[in-house]
Design a protein around this ligand. Sequence first.
Ligand SMILES: [Zn+2]
Length: 116
Amino acid sequence: MTKNDSVSASDDQTLRNWTRNMSLWYVCDNAACRRARACRGNVDHCFGRNVQRVPQEVREWFLMLGELQRDQVPFDEAWARLDKTPVGEAFHQWHTSTNAPRGTGGSGAAPDRVSR
Ligand SMILES: [Zn+2]
């Protein structure tokens, strides 16, 4: 049980946005969140739990973004910088796979379950 204090987003709306940005709803227990493709209800709870379930690289990406912002790197630039790193790539892959239409079969493997 590690509380992530490098996640400085304590604001509800910010967390909500992040559940969407990071596709946390995809791994959420709450069917309502998955349907909405965003975490609703107690977003604090959703975020804290779901962030543990996304691929490690995605979590690292998020932590690195937080660190860059602490170093006063503007959000856009931080994002762009991470884009060029392996975790940035992993993040995009994760994002793409969670937004991919399901059940289309054929090309491109959409992971239906995230392994820890
Ligand atoms: Zn949720």
